[in-house]
Design a protein around this ligand. Structure first.
Ligand SMILES: *Cc1c(COP(=O)(O)O)cnc(C)c1O
Length: 404
């Protein structure tokens, strides 16, 4: 929904008189449908940390999605939505013995791994389970690289999966995560080449996998950069790289190969909007003698906009004339933390000069990681309440549009 707000969101925003985060379920469903249409045969395992909201998860589960869960509590939440355990995997390479045993007791039979230590623990606490090994990527081209903490080198993946087989586990797959909000097709290109080489090396050891997991990282389209320019990720190109890479891996594999992806932000970011309000627009002279305009909002890094230092969410000021009296202001949240600001507090954006305390502001493309990254009581800030709406007869992408 880049560049506009769907009709159900618009209606909900106009009716809202207090702060909240609002999700458009119809928009999320359409986003899911588009992805599985673009990548035929793909099994989606929604990375639920991007939006651990029951209604959102239920509408994805109803459409056939499963979940990438990262803890026993996430497994339990995923099961609550009605997804069967075989559509849920434990996608976190970091887990204790207790976590593994708890997830296994809940019915989980597929686990991510990236080390011999973890595989040995899975063999002990989830006897006979399936494992897929995460291969490390550079994270290059992504806004959030996710490098170093996760994944192993390709030759180490062969060792890890051979250990899994020797321990009575099923070596079932390989995975990657090319970094979150990945802006290039090349990153997946490179990952697909590494996956191909690793599949071949594994086959040389007599290890035949049944799936490849292409991870998360698919971009949202509605963000702007720190300077307020559209990010404009080449989604079509990325999908083409993925489609062609999947085809090549299928040809190369010596047995039927399934494909899994774990999108997070791509499914929800552009279909969630925060309704906040203006705290105050101020002008201060700084010690260097320069005047500085700041727009303080009721919502910031600690109650829904955790990623505001990296991405600028488009702002809509309903009722403010678009054509006159703008100022270049740094937008910041309400807390006593200087990180609680767009672009690290260094990059101003155009805002209407006439806004006053209490005016509503709509913060677009704020659906990913909003509800999960909210602090409990930092400076008295409470998590925003969450509301889900849907369009009549799937009309979410049509009809009245607001915004620029
Ligand atoms: C967070 C996460 C994802 C989702 O990442 P996005 O960039 O939001 O798509 C997918 N897989 C794993 C293992 C993750 O930790």
């Amino acid at each position: 929904m880049p560049g506009g707000i769907s009709a159900p969101l618009t209606a909900a925003l106009q009716a809202a008189h207090s702060d909240r985060v609002i999700y458009d379920l119809t928009g999320i469903e359409a986003q899911y449908d588009r992805l599985v249409r673009e990548l035929p045969g793909l099994q989606v395992r929604f990375a639920l940390k991007a939006c651990p909201v029951d209604e959102v998860m239920r509408c994805l589960a109803d459409r056939g999605a499963g979940f990438d869960a990262a803890s026993p509590a996430e497994v339990a939440q995923a099961l609550r939505t009605g997804a069967p355990p075989e559509r849920i995997h434990y996608g976190n390479t970091v887990k204790s013995d207790r976590d593994i045993a708890d997830a296994h007791r809940l019915g989980i039979r597929t686990f991510a791994t990236d080390s011999v230590e973890d595989v040995t623990a899975i063999a002990e606490h989830a006897c006979g389970a399936r494992v897929f090994c995460r291969i490390a990527t550079s994270g290059e081209g992504a806004l959030w690289g996710l490098d170093r903490k996760f994944g192993c080198a390709p030759d180490d993946a062969v060792r890890v999966l051979a250990t899994a087989r020797a321990a009575g586990l099923t070596p079932a797959g390989l995975s990657v995560h090319v970094g979150s909000q990945q802006m290039t097709g090349e990153a997946w290109q490179q990952a697909l080449e590494t996956l191909a080489a690793t599949l071949t090396a594994l086959a040389g050891q007599g290890i035949v996998l049944d799936h490849v997991n292409l991870g998360g990282g698919l971009p949202a389209l509605g963000y702007r950069d720190r300077h307020g320019n559209r990010l404009d990720p080449p989604l079509d190109k990325i999908l083409t790289v993925l489609r062609e890479g999947m085809e090549r891996l299928r040809e190369l594999a010596c047995a039927p190969l399934a494909f899994v992806m774990e999108p997070g932000r791509h499914l929800v970011a552009d279909h969630g909007v925060v309704r906040a309000h203006v705290s105050r627009l101020t002008r201060r002279r700084l010690p260097d003698g320069a005047d500085s305009d700041w727009l303080y909002l009721s919502c910031g890094k600690f109650n829904g906009l955790y990623e505001m230092d990296q991405v600028t969410h488009p702002l809509v000021f309903p009722g403010q004339p678009d054509d006159r009296g703008h100022v270049l202001a740094i937008v910041a949240g309400p807390t006593c933390d200087s990180d609680d600001a767009y672009g690290g507090g260094r990059h101003p954006v155009r805002v209407p000069g006439a806004v006053t305390s209490g005016d509503p502001v709509w913060i677009l493309s704020a659906g990913a990681y909003a509800t999960s990254y909210m602090t409990q009581g930092f400076n008295g800030v409470r998590p925003l309440p969450c509301v889900c709406v849907r369009g009549a007869g799937g009309a979410a992408s049509r009809g009245e549009r607001y915004g620029r």
